[in-house]
Design a protein around this ligand. Structure first.
Ligand code: BV8
Ligand code: ZN
Length: 260
């Protein structure tokens, strides 16, 4: 694999761009790697630790039930991290692709809202969103974008705990998101998988859902993953660099006829 910063082979990029250009329906699946160049720590990367905990130890209903203040400290820390974070050129390139490709679905495992901040309109959030909170007991829920939450957020309606509006390990994904993701992977003829270690299910199965009906799978990741051996094309590089170079190959050239 090419290390981050080294340029991905031009020929590979041309092949990938050609697939995307000829595609009738592109489906993208992103993971934490697409936010790495915005400074958001990935789940399983070196910085994936918070005070010695791994995300999997805190992103569970059991952890919240046994120590809600600790889990809220973890989520408030992540939300504060996001306060000064901006989308990177990878997010922006995906938002631009959505406008120039005929059919384009973006599925994300990320909960940071950066795709929407970059201008992506149709985002399928498999694992919820850090800017959403809901009550553990009643139907109260709300978006808390940019708000500083108290250390122990309580429901204004019933007084019970509020919880982050994300999907924890061991919890089912929201049916509407899962159904939308299934429809998108079933309908696409090219699937672009960007910045995911392809470990967490069911997201890790989605490239195979697309392959099953003959879609080409293009992976963008500086490291090899369990998906790499099944991908049609692997672009070994950072998404913030590779996606803009793919987009350049897709944009109607300013000097080509008919784009005057
Ligand atoms: C479910 C929200 C049915 C929370 C997240 C035992 C008991 C219970 C369940 C299971 C079990 N065994 C397996 C399971 C299923 C489990 C699972 O998959 N576990 C894994 C750990 C094996 N899944 C679930 O529980 C799901 N629900 O299955 O329900 C069920 C119910 C009960 C019992 C059984 C089944 C729910 C999963 C959702 C979990 N919530 N997030 C929060 O954020 O706090 S998942 C979390 O991981 C994030 O959303 C993250 O996006 C996601 C996946 O990680 P990645 O995105 O891939 O990130 P990662 O750090 O791993 O990798 C980064 C990649 O980027 C790397 O490859 C790196 O090389 C690359 N990279 C780095 N820099 C760049 C880059 N790429 C490009 N450019 C760069 N610059
Ligand atoms: Zn309530």
């Amino acid at each position: 694999m090419v290390r981050q910063g080294e340029l991905v082979d031009e020929q590979l990029l041309d092949q990938a761009a050609d697939r995307l250009r000829r595609a009738e329906h592109v489906c993208v699946l992103t993971g934490a790697g697409v936010s790495a160049e915005s400074g958001v720590p990935t789940f399983r990367g070196a910085h994936g630790l918070w005070k010695g905990f791994r995300a999997e130890q805190l992103a569970t209903p059991e952890a919240f039930a046994s120590d809600p203040p600790l889990v809220w400290k973890f989520y408030n820390w992540r939300r504060e991290l996001l306060a000064d974070v901006r989308p990177n050129p990878g997010h922006t390139a995906l938002a631009r692709m959505e406008t120039i490709l005929p059919r384009f679905d973006l599925i994300t495992q990320n909960v940071d809202g950066l795709h929407q901040a970059a201008g992506s309109r149709n985002v399928i959030e498999l694992h919820g969103n850090l800017w959403h909170v809901r009550c553990v007991a009643c139907s109260y829920q709300r978006q808390v974008v940019g708000e500083k939450l108290p250390a122990e957020p309580r429901c204004p309606h019933c007084g019970d705990w509020l919880r982050p509006g994300v999907v924890w390990f061991g919890e089912l994904l929201p049916t509407d998101a899962l159904d939308a993701a299934r429809r998108a992977t079933d309908a696409c003829d090219v699937m672009l998988v960007v910045g995911t270690s392809a470990v967490v299910q069911p997201a890790a199965l989605m490239a195979d859902w697309a392959r099953q009906h003959g879609a080409a799978v293009i992976e963008i990741n500086p490291e090899a993953t369990p998906l790499s051996s099944r991908a049609t094309i692997c672009l070994p590089g950072a998404s913030g660099q590779v996606l803009p170079r793919l987009l350049d190959r897709l944009q109607p050239r300013a000097d080509s006829p008919g784009t005057g």
